[in-house]
Ligand binder design. Structure first.
Ligand SMILES: *[C@@H]1O[C@H](CO)[C@@H](O)[C@H](O)[C@H]1NC(C)=O
Ligand SMILES: *[C@@H]1O[C@H](CO)[C@@H](O)[C@H](O)[C@H]1NC(C)=O
Ligand SMILES: *[C@@H]1O[C@H](CO)[C@@H](O)[C@H](O)[C@H]1NC(C)=O
Ligand SMILES: *[C@@H]1O[C@H](CO)[C@@H](O)[C@H](O)[C@H]1NC(C)=O
Length: 662
């Protein structure tokens, strides 16, 4: 054959091949889904740079993993056959006070996204600003609640003003990391499961337009689950936002999944199928069973999703940890009670809380390689070693009375929730108000027998008279009468006593519908709802116990530690030290014998523990430990123990309802 002809034919064939599997940019140039970005779709297929792409992704939340381990988890993603990383952004951590931003350390979002690119992963960006995610208040900053009329996730101007200022800063941080500018971000989500919240489509449009205005050009999408669709509350049925953003779906059960896929297919002939959250497992709550998903169900569901040529994202690929007080909660409307999420976000995901590969990981990897043979193959990285650092004996004790000397106190003529504590301004930033932790209300009383609450105290309260515990309350319905016995006191010989009400903010609700307005009612503490013999408390000292890094630093400056002299029922800090001679490796702290509280290790708040279970061990990342002496500081609310032990394995499934202190 004439070589000239071959060249012509071959080039023609090549061109034919290319055009048959690509789509020209002009066809999609005026698409409402992308402004000028790179990921597009046609005929139920995604295209990136005009080449077909199937998204096989996993959710990984930088704020739940110490930065030293980001790279390890990303390598494990690549080795599982994934090509994308999906992430939420927690507004509450990035803007802890209005106008004061933090993008450092574990919040270094840029570094995380750039690292994903180096690992060969595209990034799917989910900035919320509401993110659900079993995260405190669904990622919303608690200071929004200083506005008495706040309506989050809506067209309420007081909400949107703060969203705009946050998005302006956030998008400036990552704008150049979009794909069309050489970065890995290929898609951006608008809000989160909004269909299950409200039908205020104008708000979705506001969010999308704000992001566009600040420079987002990549493909917009939404994600919604099954219940939204059947309750008739979803954006698709009521107010078709699918003309503005690609609808994608969230599910665990494939029967529901198939219905969601069918629904998406009826909306538009071009829509590709995408599961943004295939729930690879589930989260746990205090006092409830540990959740797992069987390997059979997992395998058959993943196989069915892949078989339907859908794109998939494992939520979670690796869950990590709700460090500090960052766990979310749900309001149980049947029992009228708060259910809070445990510290571990293991989620029964493909990697454990400590980032170890699991059987699920190997099943997913096999299925992906089978379904998409061109997936690059990499060896599975080793797991990080774990170490049993042994027992730590408690040596020192600091009472609550000494702890409350650390924060600034407020004297007020009524009880106010933590968010409404007075403010001060510095360099144009407003500080004040309290978002997390505990709060103590103190009054001097000379009379009174009966303490009454006219509304739920939020959340868990303990009442003390002269330092003696007289009641622990939580999960109350309607009005609550608490009988405070004042001992031998009589009218003839009044004696001043100190009444303390210690309130724990157990975490704000992260999910609910707008009709029930549960999100807007997440103020914590007492809100002029506490009466003593029928009279409102009107001269109160309030001590915010935020237990954040700043609090820890001030704690270090004080010398009010006493010697630990054996088990006690007193709330306070219990301190021990551990010498580590070698390089510190990951470990778990077993809280057996302790009751309820949280743990600081070398100043890092590891999160809460509670003997109700099911979580028994707290994950201690090696990078939180150091060679030499390590300080273990336990805040125990009820009953202390003489020691606490490290171990090499985790226990997340020990439910102890009978041992509950309540
Ligand atoms: C949105 O839902 C409310 C009730 O929750 C209803 O009154 C209103 O008519 C709905 N609006 C639209 C546009 O569907
Ligand atoms: C994949 O889908 C085809 C129909 O498109 C079906 O016949 C087959 O059983 C499916 N396989 C799996 C593993 O679900
Ligand atoms: C309580 O204090 C506030 C401000 O400090 C004041 O405006 C208000 O009048 C006071 N209320 C009473 C009942 O004293
Ligand atoms: C209670 O009494 C103590 C000591 O008498 C005093 O220092 C404190 O300010 C009083 N607190 C209130 C709220 O009256």
């Amino acid at each position: 054959m004439d070589t000239g002809l071959c060249v012509t034919l071959c080039v023609a064939a090549a061109i034919y091949l290319v055009t048959s599997s690509t789509v020209s940019s002009e066809q999609l140039g005026d698409s409402p889904y992308v402004s000028n970005g790179s990921l597009t779709f046609k005929n139920r297929t995604f295209y990136l740079d005009d080449t077909e792409i199937r998204i096989v992704g996993g959710s990984l939340h930088y704020f739940r993993i110490v930065p030293e381990y980001w790279w390890d988890r990303m390598r494990k993603m690549k080795a599982c056959g994934l090509n994308s990383l999906t992430l939420y952004v927690p507004w509450n951590l990035h803007e802890p006070h209005p106008g004061k931003f933090n993008f450092d350390g574990i919040l270094n979002l840029r570094r995380f996204i750039e690292m994903a690119q180096r690992a060969g992963l595209y990034v799917i960006f989910r900035p919320g600003p509401y993110i659900c995610s079993e995260w405190e208040f669904g990622g919303l900053p608690a200071w929004l609640l200083r506005d008495p009329d706040m309506k989050v996730r809506s067209s309420y101007p007081g909400y949107q003003t703060y969203v705009r200022s946050y998005f302006f800063r956030l998008i400036a941080e990552i704008s150049d990391l979009q794909y069309h500018r050489g970065g890995p971000i290929i898609a951006v989500q608008v809000e989160n499961e909004f269909g299950s919240y409200s039908n205020d489509t104008q708000h979705l449009l506001f969010l999308k337009q704000t992001m566009e205005e600040y420079g987002i050009r990549e493909m917009f999408f939404t994600s919604d689950g099954f219940y939204n669709y059947t309750e008739g509350l979803n954006g698709l049925d009521n107010a078709p936002f699918y003309t503005e953003a690609l609808p994608t779906v969230n599910f665990q059960d494939i029967v529901q999944g198939e219905q969601l896929f069918d629904k998406v297919e009826t909306l538009d002939d071009d829509f590709p199928l995408m599961v943004t959250e295939y729930w690879s497992g589930w989260f746990d709550q205090w006092g409830d069973q540990h959740h797992t998903q069987s390997l059979d169900d997992f395998g058959s569901t993943v196989a069915a999703i892949l078989n339907r040529s859908a794109s998939i994202n494992f939520y979670m690929f690796h869950g990590g940890t709700n460090f500090g007080f960052m766990n979310g909660a749900n309001w149980d409307f049947e029992k009228n009670t708060l259910k809070t999420d445990v510290t571990s976000y293991d989620y029964d995901a493909l990697l454990t809380e400590a980032g170890d590969t699991t059987e699920k990981y190997r099943i997913a990897r096999q299925l992906i390689h089978n379904a998409i043979p061109e997936t690059p193959r990499f060896d599975i990285p080793y797991d990080t070693p774990k170490e049993d650092w042994g027992r730590v004996h408690i040596q020192d004790f600091m009472s609550l009375e000494n702890i409350i000397k650390i924060p600034q106190k407020f004297r007020m003529n009524r009880t106010v929730p933590m968010e409404l504590l007075p403010l001060h301004s510095m360099d144009g930033v407003t500080f004040g108000g309290q978002s997390y932790g505990y709060i103590l209300y103190r009054v001097n009383i000379t009379h009174g027998h009966n303490l009454t609450f006219t509304d739920f105290p939020r959340d868990r309260i303990e009442v003390f008279v002269d330092g003696h515990s007289v009641a622990v309350l939580e999960g109350m319905v309607d009005n609550v009468d608490v009988n405070i016995s004042l001992g031998l006191y009589t009218e003839a010989f009044p004696r001043e006593r100190v009444l303390d009400i210690l309130v724990e903010n157990r975490g704000r609700v992260n999910y609910g519908t707008m009709e029930k307005t549960v999100l807007d009612k997440q103020r914590k503490g007492l809100d002029n709802n506490c009466l003593l013999d029928g009279e409102l408390l009107d001269d109160v000292e309030i001590y915010p116990l935020e237990f954040d890094e700043d609090f820890y630093k001030r704690l270090q400056d004080r010398f009010v530690w006493g010697k630990y002299i054996g088990q006690s029922d007193l709330p306070g800090f219990y301190r021990g030290r551990k010498f580590i001679a070698n390089t510190p490796l990951d470990s778990y702290l077993n809280m057996k014998g302790w009751t309820k509280g949280f743990v600081y290790i070398n100043g890092y708040n590891l999160g809460r523990f509670w003997n109700e279970g099911p979580q028994q061990t707290l994950f201690v990342p090696g990078p939180y430990l150091r060679q030499g002496f390590n300080e273990i500081l336990i805040f125990e609310h009820h009953k202390s123990h003489d020691s606490v032990s490290f171990q090499e394995t985790y226990i997340l499934d020990e439910l102890h309802l009978d041992e509950s202190t309540v």
